[in-house]
Design a protein around this ligand. Structure first.
Ligand code: WTA
Length: 636
């Protein structure tokens, strides 16, 4: 029997069981999947060492659970509906049988190119069915996919390809998002110039006919031509690497978060089913791009594990008209809509009367992910999109957690606007104070660092190629706990409200941007001596980026220098990381030990006149100078 949670009493009962004996609880969950070989030990771990093993000894292939079993029982059910950027182009649909066959053919093609279990394959693709087929084909072969969001620059792509040692790149000629054309292949070419170990480049012709330009390139259609549709799934150990997904942290280069086969599968399937309370056959519309973790877990793997139909949308919510998202919900009769607060706020700005024109009677549940959702946006979503009849699940999780950790269960546990509410079974969140002590449940003020006490199946297992970095970043700050990097508040009933990052990560429109990474990019400009980047509250994006730069000499033309710095960020990271504000300042508030006090910069930007104790600063007078520059800019 699959452990389903359908009442509040179930939730309490499951939670208790899952905490008392996580191994026994998740063994029961895992048994509802096809395993090639059963596991002999459900859970073994030593958190401070970064040693976590679930379902040890078990063998599986996630594609059998995502595809084969459904293709057998429901071959003609749509597995994926693709909605193109431009509504005048036809949408496409792949049934479970068709998807299984497409995956088989590509897997055979990749095998012919020499791709084997454990090899790394990079995907740099728009939201097209080929992205899903490519991910699943890698999974079929046991090759490790590393999907790089198609908004990343060539330099970012090259860094990721090289860090993971990818030998194959799958990309497309180009595509449009809204009214913007992205010449993806040209961007990929720039990256490939510094990636000599890439042996094959598979190109999907998205915009029209494409001719391979050199010996390394092969057209998607040519690779598939003549390939049999059957491809035996590679037996994977539960703890074999499944995929890598890069994410920004507070320091250094982006980390290749590594997930493994068994635990990720169990967690993706289990969390989707219970949080959204789905039934097989439902239509699930997750608006996230597959380049992010939400697109992996709830755009692809989770829906297929639960025999849902997933909607893949290539475009943006507001193009070519502001009712585009609602139109898609209607057109494909979506039962669940899962999107980000940024999108909700942007659509809210356009007015409630737009979704009011669409009845959207198929909708049953609404989801929110990626950043804190403010109360106003929550109510707007509930009233105008859900028409007051769809529960909202505010789902808190991270690339590192593989799937949702804290969330209301739709229609089962109560939702509270702006609160993620309760942990899922198997998840033991705690709040720690500065000294690393757990804040007791009955403490008068429960605000602290959000940490998790013991491993859940979907937890990341390592940073690819840098296990020590995994341990140091997440497991050593507070020994014995997984540190999330978020701050949270807890009420007396144990509900959690996420406040936001407590490290140097800024969450812009739900995209994580490491301030250090951005500073590194800006500092590469020849006139910039040093810089500091902070997040500032923004009505739509949640947070916006503000950069403070010290130049070797005062810039003669500030606006020209600003646009040079913006271009530099586009080149080094991608357009989505371009700062909204750039200030040229004579100095930065630093402690005597040289640490930049970003907190003070945030206060100045907020117009806060009380900066608190600034005596530890090397030169407190810079604060006045910075304040004047910021104020002057506001006036302009
Ligand atoms: C933030 C996205 C508040 C949080 C799945 C986290 C949230 C970071 C929520 C992870 C939420 C995600 N409420 N904040 N419901 N969901 N966050 O890795 O700061 O892209 O640490 O994963 O987004 O971002 P990531």
């Amino acid at each position: 029997m699959y452990p389903e949670i359908t009442t509040p009493a179930d939730y309490l009962d499951h939670y208790k069981k899952s905490v008392e004996d996580p191994g026994a609880y998740f063994a029961e969950v895992a048994r509802s999947y096809i395993w090639i070989k059963p596991w002999h030990r459900t859970l073994e771990y030593d958190l401070p060492q970064g040693f976590i093993r679930w379902f040890d000894g078990g063998q599986l292939n996630i594609t059998q659970n995502c595809l084969d079993r459904h293709a057998l029982s429901h071959p003609d059910q749509p597995a994926l509906i693709w909605e193109p950027n431009d509504p005048s182009e036809s949408s496409r649909q792949l049934t479970y049988r068709e998807l299984l066959e497409a995956v088989g053919r590509l897997a055979n093609g990749l095998r012919q190119l020499g791709v084997r279990k454990g090899d790394r394959v990079c995907l740099y693709l728009p939201m097209i069915p080929e992205a899903a087929i490519a991910m699943l084909a890698c999974a079929r072969l046991g090759a490790i996919h590393s999907v790089v969001f198609a908004g990343f620059s060539p330099e970012s792509l090259a860094d990721r390809i090289n860090d993971a040692g990818c030998t194959v790149l799958i990309t497309a000629d180009g595509f449009s998002r809204g009214d913007k054309f992205i010449p993806l292949k040209e961007l990929a070419n720039q990256a490939l110039a510094v990636c000599p170990q890439v042996r094959h480049v598979v190109v999907v012709p998205r915009t029209g006919p494409y001719k391979p330009k050199n010996a390394r390139e092969i057209l998607w259609n040519d690779l598939l031509a003549g390939q049999p549709t059957q491809c035996e799934p590679e037996p994977m150990e539960a703890e074999d690497p499944f995929f890598i997904l890069y994410t920004s942290g507070s320091t250094g280069k982006p980390k290749g978060v590594l997930h493994t086969c068994g635990g990720y599968m169990v967690w993706a399937g289990y969390t989707l089913r219970n949080v959204f309370q789905t039934r097989p056959g439902e239509i699930f519309f997750c608006t996230a791009d597959v380049g992010w973790i939400t697109g992996h877990t709830y755009g692809l793997y989770g829906p297929l594990l639960n025999r849902l139909t997933t909607i893949f949308f290539e475009g943006v919510p507001t193009w070519p008209h502001s009712g585009r998202l609602w139109e898609i919900v209607e057109k494909h009769q979506a039962n669940v809509l899962y999107t980000a607060p940024t999108a909700i706020r942007a659509l809210e700005m356009l007015g409630g009367d737009i979704p009011d024109q669409y009845p959207m009677t198929s909708l049953r549940v609404l989801g929110s992910v990626g950043e804190p959702i403010n109360t106003e946006a929550w109510h707007w979503y509930y009233t105008h999109v859900g028409k007051g009849r769809c529960p909202i699940v505010d789902t808190w999780w991270q690339t590192e957690t593989g799937g949702i950790l804290i969330s209301t269960l739709a229609g089962v546990t109560p939702s509270v606007p702006a609160w993620a509410t309760l942990p899922l079974p198997g998840v033991q969140p705690v709040l720690l104070d500065d000294k690393g002590h757990e804040i007791p449940l009955d403490a008068p003020s429960s605000q602290g660092y959000l940490c998790i006490k013991s491993p859940w199946p979907g937890m990341m297992r390592s940073v690819f190629g840098h296990h020590q970095r995994f341990v140091e970043t997440y497991l050593r700050r507070f020994p014995g706990y997984y540190f999330t990097g978020d701050g949270a508040i807890r009420d007396s009933r144990g509900n959690f409200r996420i406040i936001g990052r407590v490290d140097d990560v800024v969450n812009v429109s739900g995209h994580r941007i490491g301030t250090g990474e951005l500073e590194d990019a800006i500092n590469q400009h020849p006139t910039v001596v040093e810089s500091a980047v902070v997040g500032v509250p923004h009505p739509i994006k949640g947070e916006a980026l503000a950069a403070f730069a010290i130049c070797s000499e005062p810039p003669l033309d500030s606006s020209a220098l600003r646009s040079e710095l913006r271009d530099l960020v586009i080149q080094k990271i991608g357009r989505f990381a371009v700062p909204d504000f750039i200030y040229f300042v004579p100095g930065l508030p630093k402690t005597r030990s040289g640490k930049i006090m970003r907190r003070l910069l945030r206060k100045i930007l907020a117009g806060d006149s009380d900066l608190g104790d600034t005596t530890s600063l090397l030169d407190p007078t810079v604060l006045d100078a910075i304040r004047k520059i910021v104020e002057q800019d506001c006036k302009n």
